[in-house]
Design a protein around this ligand. Structure first.
Ligand SMILES: *[C@@H]1O[C@H](CO)[C@@H](O)[C@H](O)[C@H]1NC(C)=O
Ligand SMILES: *[C@@H]1O[C@H](CO)[C@@H](O)[C@H](O)[C@H]1NC(C)=O
Ligand SMILES: *[C@@H]1O[C@H](CO)[C@@H](O)[C@H](O)[C@H]1NC(C)=O
Ligand SMILES: *[C@@H]1O[C@H](CO)[C@@H](O)[C@H](O)[C@H]1NC(C)=O
Ligand SMILES: *[C@@H]1O[C@H](CO)[C@@H](O)[C@H](O)[C@H]1NC(C)=O
Length: 245
């Protein structure tokens, strides 16, 4: 009898231990710092008192005394002893609006990101050329509705886990290089309303998972490559308002 209560006592202790471990599951220190650095850059020029919380669009929950996986706009996955930040949704975020693309710098320290949405912020300047090379887990990247200029950074085409890439409604120039064919998991590629020139590369036919390909409103020329007919899963193809022959 004494043995039994000893046993259940230790089960109880084990249970308590599990509970407290669970409670202390926290996001990685570096990732939390990266997010707080991002917030600092974004709200630097804003007067932040209680009345501006309204305009922070969720960033008001990002502070050093709370758990970063509970912050609004942040998504995490649990791992054994910590939580990894896997998603960041900064779409139409007032403090990000109209800023230079360089404000995104600290985002590129969060290497576990699988989803990044920075759409509809009128960000200007070039798409960061180096930073995306860090985000090798990225599956969903939404950058539509900004004012990005310059060409598409080659590093984007090395993000082999990308399934969704939307760069529509920017001022992106240059051509769509054959390297795009390396994004074998891509289900949607949208570059609508930019200033893309040159031809659609033959390698587009390598994107065998593609469901949606939209490139309208560019200056794409030449012929539609035959390889597109190999895309058995393609459901939506939009190429209007280009100079295709
Ligand atoms: C913000 O609100 C809290 C209570 O909700 C109050 O204690 C604090 O003084 C307020 N701060 C400012 C700057 O108004
Ligand atoms: C930090 O944010 C949490 C919500 O995420 C809030 O409950 C708490 O009051 C905030 N703490 C400070 C010091 O602002
Ligand atoms: C981000 O949030 C917006 C709403 O604010 C939503 O429409 C969009 O689908 C979200 N993006 C992702 C990747 O979940
Ligand atoms: C990539 O991640 C490393 C380590 O977290 C960081 O030091 C570096 O600045 C990141 N690269 C870029 C271009 O942001
Ligand atoms: C992109 O726009 C910025 C101003 O926002 C300008 O300084 C830069 O030269 C432009 N880059 C290209 C490649 O056009």
């Amino acid at each position: 009898m004494a043995n039994l209560s000893l046993l259940s006592g230790s089960y109880f202790m084990f249970f308590i231990l599990c509970l407290s471990l669970r409670g202390s599951l926290s996001c990685l220190h570096d990732q939390r710092e990266a997010l707080l650095d991002l917030k600092d850059v974004l709200v630097r020029d804003m007067v932040t008192d209680n009345s501006t919380d309204l305009f922070l669009g969720g960033l008001e929950t990002w502070n050093s005394s709370s758990e970063c996986c509970q912050w609004i706009l942040v998504q995490c996955n649990s791992r054994s002893s910590s939580q990894e930040v896997t998603g960041l949704n900064l779409s139409s975020l007032f403090p990000l609006r109209g800023k230079a693309s360089t404000v995104l710098e600290s985002v590129f320290r969060i290497k576990t990101l699988m989803s990044l949405d920075i759409s509809y912020n009128s960000l200007h300047g070039e798409i960061p050329r180096i930073g995306f090379g860090n985000l090798t887990e990225l599956a969903h990247l939404d950058m539509r509705g900004n004012s990005f200029n310059g060409s598409i950074p080659p590093r984007l085409f090395r993000l082999r886990n990308l399934e969704f890439l939307d760069l529509s409604v920017n001022m992106i120039e240059g051509s769509l290089p054959g390297d795009v064919g390396g994004l074998k998991k891509l289900k949607q590629l949208s570059l609508d309303a930019n200033i893309i020139r040159g031809e659609i590369p033959e390698e587009i036919g390598n994107l065998i998972e593609l469901r949606k390909l939209t490139l309208p409103g560019n200056q794409i020329s030449g012929r539609i490559p035959l390889s597109i007919s190999q895309l058995r899963k393609l459901e939506v193809l939009q190429l209007q308002n280009n100079s295709l022959s």
